[in-house]
Ligand binder design. Structure first.
Ligand SMILES: Cc1cc2nc3c(=O)[nH]c(=O)nc-3n(C[C@H](O)[C@H](O)[C@H](O)COP(=O)(O)OP(=O)(O)OC[C@H]3O[C@@H](n4cnc5c(N)ncnc54)[C@H](O)[C@@H]3O)c2cc1C
Length: 550
């Protein structure tokens, strides 16, 4: 490939400095792949769409080396949800869910305005020297076979930028998606929603947020914490056809609340102003393909859906985590191009499921037709009485139960306890001889794969030999990118490898006891399990992931 002297070059071009583009840039940088982010806006956004950052996303941020405790300090932890039905005269509580037992170090997650999330990511990018060029709009992207070329507009005219790959994180109206001629399959709803950020005092600890959703015959209202003392109200206002639109006003929102939230809204002075008022319409669409050659889509550029369950930004960041390590390995020649196809296969399936479930949740909330609403008010609380259903709902909303077990990289059969290839590496905690709790997730870093060997008291030495045979099975290049860790329920020798003593034996038992080894991908999903030195599943993963045997 020939480069002209004045063309800018990098490894990956990212269009869009939203939360997804910034997360992708950080993930690439942590593995040593350079990216330049081009952003149309000259300044960071000032309005906050996404509020909920679920625990799975915090786990990713931690693996990227962000200071999560500092970032979440002062944010409102999502501790539960209450569901009400309102018959026009009074509200009746249908269900109360507690999220206190979410299986993550980060609980269920926190609510934090998207502006703050973006600021946290921008600060991390600045600290790591990631180049973000503002006021630069990507006009077009071309796959030249051995590289991509993009035309970037700016104050001084157009510039050609070349890179091995280009990723469109340029939002729902993605220029890159349009240029790829990829279909954005799905539909747009005509239901109008209003939102208002209001000062309200629901009582209780201001740093603990219980979401409130009211199903009213007229439509749905939801209260989501923005930060201590400030709540975002969402309300549906009915279908809008043609040009029959009107601007949202505080009066309109307060009238809706007076009718639909009576008995749920806290007593006390009513808000006389809103920090933010807006309206929106829901689109439910997924791009028919997330990859064409060297050009990729991630985040809202690839999928949009209703804000029910706060899934969009979280799912987009998950896209970034899935894609970055694959781009890095292929760019370095450590894996063949086919690995990149698994991004589309894994992520599109996951996102289609989110679009389906949020579509069902939205229609349930809208309660149309009326006869279904009555049935819903009876069936949903009944179903939510089941602990298993509540746990599944919690883990699905927080994206903790996301799994790629049905994907192309998870054909291996061996298990470690309940864990198998494709599953998220869970929140296991080893307790050492001094009683200190060590969450095994803190071993994960996006920079490397993790090879974790474990053993119980009857299999001393088994963790070390399992890891050794796993490492021997890895190609040299991958071995150098893999950190080894032993986990033992005894305090005996470790052959010089880093060892965690799981005195309580709880973490070892959760891995099925005995001895074995796990290989975990940089994005925190199990790649393969090996027992008794049998590395056939490791070999299978290497083959399916097209990792080069060198
Ligand atoms: C009301 C509402 C509430 C929501 N609440 C939640 C929630 O609680 N949790 C959640 O997870 N999600 C939520 N979402 C969804 C969430 O806001 C989006 O999924 C998220 O912003 C997507 O991030 P992104 O980086 O993909 O795209 P965006 O945030 O849209 O960023 C795209 C960026 O690309 C830039 N850009 C566009 N075109 C170009 C170009 N050609 N060249 C250069 N730059 C370009 C744009 O200026 C923008 O900065 C909500 C959405 C709405 C509407």
């Amino acid at each position: 490939m020939r480069f002209s002297m004045d063309a800018l070059e990098t490894d990956v071009i990212i269009a869009g400095a939203g939360p997804v583009g910034l997360s992708l840039a950080l993930a690439l940088e942590s593995r040593g792949t350079r990216a330049i982010v081009f952003e149309s806006n000259t300044e960071p956004a000032t309005t906050s769409r996404a509020l909920a950052i679920w625990s799975r996303t915090w786990e990713h941020f931690e693996a990227l080396g962000l200071d999560v405790p500092a970032a979440t300090q002062g944010a409102v932890a999502v501790s539960g949800a209450r569901l009400y039905a309102h018959d026009g005269s009074s509200a009746r509580e249908l269900s109360e869910l507690s999220f206190d037992d979410a299986p993550s170090q980060h609980g269920m997650g926190v609510c934090m305005p998207q502006t703050e999330t973006e600021r946290m990511l921008l600060d991390a990018c600045a600290a790591r020297g990631i180049e973000i060029q503002r006021g630069r709009t990507l006009k077009s992207a071309f796959d030249r076979g051995d590289a991509t070329e993009c035309v970037i507009a700016g104050a001084h005219g157009d510039q050609l930028v070349r890179a091995a790959y280009t990723v469109g994180c340029d939002g729902a109206h993605s220029t890159i998606r349009h240029g790829m001629h990829v279909e954005f399959q799905g539909e747009g709803l005509q239901e109008r929603f209003v939102l208002a950020d209001l000062k309200l005092d629901f009582g209780g600890a201001p740093q603990q947020g219980v979401l409130r959703v009211i199903w009213h015959a007229e439509g749905v209202v939801a209260f989501i914490p923005v930060r201590a003392g400030i709540w975002r109200v969402f309300a549906s206002t009915g279908t809008v056809t043609g040009n029959n639109t009107r601007a949202v006003s505080l009066d309109e929102v307060m009238e809706i609340l007076a009718r639909r939230a009576h008995g749920v809204m806290p007593d006390g002075p009513l808000p006389t102003s809103a920090e933010w008022l807006s309206e929106f319409y829901v689109q439910e669409r997924v791009a028919s393909c997330f990859r064409e050659g060297r050009i990729f889509l991630a985040g809202d550029a690839a999928h949009v859906h209703s804000p029910v369950g706060g899934q969009g930004m979280n799912a987009g960041i998950e896209d970034a985590m899935n894609l970055a390590w694959k781009l890095d390995l292929v760019r370095r020649g450590s894996a063949r191009d086919e690995l990149l196809d698994t991004y589309d296969a894994e992520r599109r399936r996951a996102v289609e499921r989110i679009v389906r479930s949020t579509a069902v949740a939205l229609r349930l909330a809208l309660g149309k037709p009326r006869v279904l609403a009555r049935l819903r008010n009876w069936v949903v609380p009944f179903v939510l009485q089941s602990r298993g259903v509540r746990a599944r709902l919690r883990d699905s909303v927080s994206q903790l139960s996301l799994s790629y077990s049905r994907g192309p990289l998870a054909k291996a059969a061996a298990r470690a306890g309940k864990l198998r290839a494709g599953a998220r590496f869970p929140n296991l905690v080893a307790v050492d001889e001094t009683g200190v709790h060590c969450p095994l997730q803190s071993l994960l870093t996006y920079k490397r794969f993790l090879a974790l060997g474990w053993e119980d008291a009857q299999h001393v030495g088994g963790a070390f030999s399992s890891i050794q045979s796993m490492m021997t099975a890895l190609p040299e290049r991958l071995r150098s990118q893999t950190q080894s860790q032993l986990l033992s329920s005894t305090a005996q020798g470790s052959g010089g490898m880093s060892m965690l003593h799981d005195r309580s034996g709880g973490a070892v038992a959760a891995l099925g006891g005995g001895a074995g080894a796990l290989l975990v991908r940089p994005d925190g999903y199990v790649a393969a399990v090996s027992h008794d030195g049998d590395s056939s599943d490791v070999a299978r993963f290497l083959r399916d992931a097209s990792l080069v045997n060198a």
